[in-house]
Design a protein around this ligand. Structure first.
Ligand code: G1P
Length: 298
């Protein structure tokens, strides 16, 4: 089974930093954002390859995930074993590439990876967000298994003033992932999805549960994407093809705590993610706090 990570975007929210360096390679502590997402993608049992939807403008991503035996040997020879192991590990991750050279939308990006999916279900992970504990997709796979292999998406409550920025679901709560009682919009709640709409005005939105960017999808979605017309923003939307999928197949949503993951989609989110990861890392925390000095919050 494979996972798709769309990565062909221009990174306009991070200009000028992304003029020459892909936003996917921005570091969080010492590691590029993309590597966190790739490692998360490989966590559920059965996922053995990550297909990155790249553009030809960003060869640096591919270089990063290649082995560099000369550099490894140099580092080893200079006693930098830990660093040598780190770059070897990045070079051994099972990634492959397809290309999207026109920004036609998320649905189009996913469709670009169609031939690599072998007609199997697959995950999609949006790369502006990563889950350090890597368990979100694992729980989604459990929900799917409990419902005959149906498609499952992760959703979370969003404040009313942000509803129109996201994909929003309609449906009803049918219980929880492990049978324990939870509120309808609390983490662990499972919804039967009856509708999906991309970037609706808040007045007509069917709920305040938004798609956070983790999907486990039926292979049928690829066939639907082939005929998907552009939607919100003039883009071919994955959400619109999923809405059409509902006419044929069941779909479920798992409510997650959005704070389980880290946002890297904007400079502010990325900076906060670095702070959060530094505070969570025993080998970095003390030095980070010392460098930060006497910052007054509020
Ligand atoms: C995309 C999806 C949207 C989802 C969002 C999560 O939108 O189309 O359904 O809620 O990611 O970040 P974008 O952020 O590309 O506009």
């Amino acid at each position: 089974m494979k996972a798709i990570i769309p990565a062909a975007g221009l990174g306009t929210r991070f200009l000028p930093a992304t003029k020459c360096s892909p936003k996917e390679l921005l570091p969080v502590l010492g590691k590029p954002v993309m590597q966190y997402v790739v490692e998360e993608a490989l966590e559920p049992a059965g996922v053995d390859e990550v297909v990155i939807v790249n553009s030809h403008e960003k060869p640096q991503i591919e270089r990063y995930f290649e082995r560099d035996e000369a550099l490894e040997a140099y580092l080893e020879a200079h006693g930098k074993t830990r660093e040598a192991e780190a770059i070897r590990a990045a070079g051994e991750l099972p990634v492959s590439y397809v290309y999207q050279d026109e920004a036609l939308g998320l649905g189009h990006a996913v469709l670009c990876a169609s031939e690599k999916m072998d007609g199997d279900p697959f995950f999609v992970l949006l790369g502006d967000y990563f889950v350090p504990e890597r368990q979100m997709n694992v729980r989604m796979a459990e929900v799917s298994a409990a419902h005959g292999g149906a498609s499952v998406i992760a959703v979370a409550p969003v404040p009313a003033d942000q509803v129109s920025r996201y994909g929003i679901i309609a449906g009803e709560c049918i219980g929880s992932v492990d049978g324990t009682p939870v509120g309808e919009e609390e983490p662990g709640a499972v919804w039967h999805v009856t509708g999906l709409v991309e970037k609706p005005p808040v007045e007509t939105a069917p709920s305040h549960l938004f798609i956070v960017g983790r999907y486990l999808l039926s292979p049928r979605i690829m066939e639907l994407l082939e005929t998907q017309e552009p939607g919100a923003g003039g883009e071919i939307q994955l959400t619109d093809a999923m809405q059409r999928l509902l006419a044929e197949e069941e779909m479920y949503a798992l409510v997650v705590d959005r704070a389980e993951g880290c946002d890297t989609g904007t400079p502010a989110g990325w900076a906060a993610t670095n702070a959060r990861m530094a505070l969570a890392d025993d080998s970095v925390r003390a030095a980070f706090l010392e460098e930060l000095g006497d910052v007054t919050l509020g």
